[in-house]
Design a protein around this ligand. Structure first.
Ligand code: NAG
Ligand code: NAG
Ligand code: NAG
Ligand code: NAG
Ligand code: NAG
Ligand code: NAG
Ligand code: NAG
Length: 848
């Protein structure tokens, strides 16, 4: 139904060709007979005119000869002839061709497409209704170049078949629209040029490479331009490039209106100070635009030309174009076609068969009769930058597919020439081709796209009227990577330096962006504060450093903090350790002396139990000091305070017991057992209190290893003795104990002279201890850092020395230097009673 309707609508077009019926078809300029015919659609002209004759609208008339389109068709013919000559590809098979001019126009292209469908080349009306199993004259179509025409032609060709079974396929060489990658809509479309999405990627990479993020984008008013612009804007946004000005170039206006609009666009570009402009345009539109730009005297900007006009000779020849600045072009990567220049030269020199049928020539191409090689020499010189090679590759792709389909055997040089070939079979085969031509790989992805990349070209103007295109980089379509050789780029700026196109200058490393306005290319910069850093992935944020690291202000990274803790090697700690050692040494000396003279009255007066308790516990307390000057671990943190305060409390408890005895307060105790064992009781009780406080502490809020980061650049390992009920409670208990001891030694009335002296000594020691710890508290509370722990060691050592100094040194003095005083009498001791002493030491002392 639908196909018939379409044919009905197209009948007037079809009848046009019918009137041109000729007798037997000779080889003409645009046709050659062969076993298989390849169709070609090329734009020999770029414009059409809609004329009316006697008020009747006419078929559009083509004008404005398009040299590159003509060369593309020659490249196709060159490839066909090469394949015909070849003994390895399609041996013995002759390919023919049938080429039509599209004039870059939908109506003209439709006519050409329908011509391919007709059974009889001379009768377009012989259209068939069932193409599914038909064998059209043309097995494949190369072209057309423009994306919109490709879509139209693909649709027409597929429309006339059973929808799921495309009968024609095209290998297009110039249609870059990414819509054509849609396999649902264009199942039979293949192409030898990359899709526009790759081009957008390449341009965005180029902009990023040179740090241009404030750009303008202009596009032709057609499907190609609008779509390329859309894809580019999207890709740019992802890479933080702002398209600050966007415009569609005018189309279809009369020349003066069009020029006015272009001048307006150029004025805006001039006033915006945007230094980089991307132009997706057809060569004609680009030429018109750049004429306006040259007229507006915009100079020293950067221009990026899309693949369509990246090497357009007509643009390059605009007078004064060399002032516009630096022009980059994205050109489709192509290869050399050795022999092509000679081929064209020979062809144009030959007397052409087309000349005889002047009518046929004039119908398609009136200019073609007068062409000489000189017209093409410049384009052929630069053929690298045009799409000729892609037409050439397209023909080879068809040739290779046919080669497979006909089961050609290269060794025996035979093909199954009689095989029926349907276009849909060729379609399957072409999806599988994989070969190289002129060392360029040719195959098609699932979307019908090739593995072709781009060349980045730089225009160079040679005064007065010459130019060259230099290749300064390339884009790999598989890797999706643009590489640019910067040393080859000559910047056309005042100072020859890289031009800048940014809304605001880039932030320095270590600064974050403070966005202003809607564009995220416009911002102010702010230093990241110390303790945070700026990473490239989040330009608008400062990321805080992890706990174990630090950073100065305006930093791009964090540094590991130096781990510090109180070590023996620190000077103060060394001094403390030495002091501790000395204390332990004098303790050992005193102990040794006491042991040696254990029988002397002076020593016996002191009593063994309290003396040994004091010595042992203060030794323990001293030893615990070493736990404060090693690398702290959690266990050490948990152990050190209980050991320190526990032993110190035992020491004080023993002192308290002695004080109670010497001061005679013992007698005031009610219970007899208490009177007898008050010393042991005091020790037990105070140990129990310490134990209980520790239990509470460890249950509630135990000490732990702290990684202190308050100081810059340093990770301080220290034990955190949580305030309450831990450290404070232990300290308070010890302090109260000392206070009580002081109280007892003050209140008590000693029995005899010696007892009073002993009480005074204890009192003196305890008062010293109280002073030391009273001073300790404010010093401890107000200080910070690793040396704080030393205060505690110092206080502990001083307390122990105070006890030894006032209680033991006098005894030692008497024993060593005043033997005349070392008598029972002097010490008011009980007469020596060794057996009792040995069996019941505490009882013996109790009597003292
Ligand atoms: C094909 O072969 C003919 C005759 O051998 C030769 O003149 C012609 O140049 C060849 N064409 C190509 C494209 O190789
Ligand atoms: C080809 O070159 C000749 C001589 O330079 C010129 O007169 C003619 O217009 C050119 N043809 C085309 C189509 O450009
Ligand atoms: C094409 O063939 C080459 C080897 O001849 C192979 O490495 C490559 O993967 C093939 N490519 C595809 C798309 O099949
Ligand atoms: C243009 O420059 C190229 C390379 O520098 C040179 O080969 C060519 O002859 C020049 N053409 C003209 C018309 O000056
Ligand atoms: C870049 O171009 C220079 C010549 O202009 C060449 O010497 C150099 O090798 C090229 N570098 C790369 C990476 O291709
Ligand atoms: C463009 O270049 C000019 C001069 O080289 C400079 O003053 C201006 O700031 C640049 N514009 C942008 C947007 O970078
Ligand atoms: C081997 C062969 O058939 N070569 C022919 C290929 O086609 C050209 C014309 O396009 C002929 O000239 C060759 O003879």
């Amino acid at each position: 139904m639908a196909p018939k309707l379409l044919l009905g609508l197209l009948a007037p077009i079809l009848s046009l060709r019918m009137s041109k019926a000729k007798e037997d078809a000779p080889a003409t300029r645009f046709n050659a007979p062969g076993d298989f015919i390849i169709g070609g659609m090329f734009a020999f002209h770029s414009k059409v005119q809609y004329l009316t004759v006697d008020g009747k609208p006419q078929f559009p008339a083509c004008y404005s000869f398009y040299l590159i389109g003509y060369l593309q068709h020659l490249a196709m013919r060159f490839a066909i002839e090469e394949i015909n000559n070849s003994t390895s590809l399609l041996p013995g098979i002759r390919l023919g061709y049938e080429v039509h001019d599209t004039c870059n126009n939908e109506a003209v292209a439709t006519k050409a497409a329908l011509a391919f469908l007709s059974r009889d080349p001379e009768n377009d009306n012989a259209a068939q209704c069932d193409y599914a199993n038909a064998k059209p004259r043309v097995i494949a179509v190369v072209g057309p170049s423009s994306s919109s025409l490709s879509m139209l032609v693909t649709r027409i060709l597929n429309f006339l078949s059973i929808p799921e079974l495309p009968i024609f396929f095209q290998v297009s060489f110039g249609s870059s629209s990414s819509y054509l990658s849609d396999r649902q809509t264009f199942p039979s479309f293949f192409r030898t040029i990359p899709s526009d999405s790759r081009q957008a990627d390449a341009i965005v990479q180029l902009l990023s490479k040179f740090n241009w993020n404030w750009v303008a984008a202009l596009a032709t008013d057609n499907l190609y331009g609008r779509q390329a612009l859309e894809i580019f804007t999207q890709e740019a946004l992802l890479k933080d490039i702002c398209v600050a000005y966007e415009a569609i170039l005018p189309d279809g206006l009369n020349p003066s209106e069009q020029n006015a609009k272009l001048i307006d666009i150029a004025d805006r570009l001039e006033n915006s100070h945007i230094n980089a402009t991307v132009v997706f345009a057809s060569p004609e539109d680009a030429e018109a635009l750049l004429r306006a730009v040259v007229a507006t005297r915009i100079t020293r900007r950067v221009w990026i030309a899309s693949e369509c006009w990246s090497a357009s000779p007509s643009v390059a020849l605009i007078p004064g174009i060399s002032n516009i600045g630096t022009l980059f072009g994205i050109a489709i990567k192509s290869g050399a076609m050795p022999g092509f220049a000679e081929y064209v030269q020979n062809l144009l020199a030959q007397p052409r068969p087309g000349r005889t049928t002047e009518e046929e020539v004039n119908e398609q191409c009136p200019e073609c009769g007068s062409l000489t090689y000189a017209n093409f020499s410049r384009a052929i010189q630069n053929s690298r930058f045009y799409t000729m090679f892609n037409a050439y590759k397209a023909v080879y792709a068809i040739g290779h597919a046919l080669h497979q389909l006909l089961h050609c055997d290269t060794a025996s040089r035979t093909c199954d020439a009689d095989r029926e070939v349907y276009p849909w079979q060729l379609l399957e085969e072409i999806a599988r081709v994989n070969f190289t031509v002129e060392s360029e790989p040719v195959y098609f992805t699932e979307t019908g796209d090739p593995p072709t990349g781009y060349d980045l070209i730089l225009w160079d103007w040679i005064p007065p009227k010459n130019h060259t295109f230099g290749i300064v980089g390339s884009y790999d379509a598989l890797e999706r990577q643009l590489t640019v050789n910067e040393s080859k780029i000559k910047w056309n700026t005042e100072d020859g330096k890289l031009p800048v196109s940014r809304c605001t200058q880039e932030c320095k490393p270590g600064q974050k962006r403070w966005l202003r306005g809607e564009h995220n290319c416009c911002y102010e910069c702010e230093d990241c504060p110390a303790g945070s850093f700026q990473d490239q992935a989040h330009p608008t944020e400062c990321t805080p450093c992890p706990q174990h690291q630090w950073s100065p202000a305006q930093s791009t990274k964090c540094f590991n903090r130096a781990v510090e803790y109180l070590e023996v090697t620190d000077l103060l700690a060394t001094i403390m350790v030495a002091l501790t050692g000395l204390t332990l040494a004098q303790m050992a000396a005193v102990t040794g002396m006491l042991l040696r003279h254990h029988a002397s009255p002076a020593v016996r007066y002191m009593g063994r139990f309290p003396a040994s308790t004091v010595v042992l516990s203060s030794a323990c307390c001293c030893t615990s000091c070493f736990l404060f000057v090693t690398k702290p671990t959690d266990t050490i943190c948990k152990l050190r305070q209980p050991i320190f305060f526990g032993s110190f409390a035992v020491c004080l408890a023993a002192l308290l017991g002695t004080a109670v005895r010497r001061s005679g307060l013992e007698q005031t105790l009610k219970r007899r057992w208490l009177r007898k064992h008050h010393m042991g009781f005091s020790i037990l009780l105070n140990t129990a209190v310490q134990g209980l406080l520790c239990l509470l502490w460890y249950y509630w809020n135990p000490p732990f290893l702290e990684e202190n980061t308050e100081l810059d650049k340093i990770l301080l390992l220290q034990c955190e003795d949580s305030a309450f009920p831990g450290f404070t409670a232990l300290l308070a208990h010890v302090y109260c104990l000392a206070l009580f001891c002081c109280f007892c030694s003050l209140v008590g009335q000693g029995g005899n002279r010696m007892d009073r002296r002993a009480t005074k000594a204890i009192n003196f020691a305890v008062v010293l201890i109280l002073i030391i710890w009273t001073l300790f508290v404010p010093a401890y509370v107000t200080s910070q850092g690793k040396f704080v722990a030393l205060f505690q060691i110092f206080a502990g050592l001083a307390s122990i020395l105070a006890i030894f100094g006032s209680c033991y040194y006098p005894v030692c003095y008497v024993v060593l230097f005043a033997p005349h005083l070392n008598t029972d009498d002097y010490f008011s001791c009980l007469p020596q009673d060794p057996p009792a002493d040995k069996e019941k030491p505490s009882a013996a002392e109790a009597k003292g």
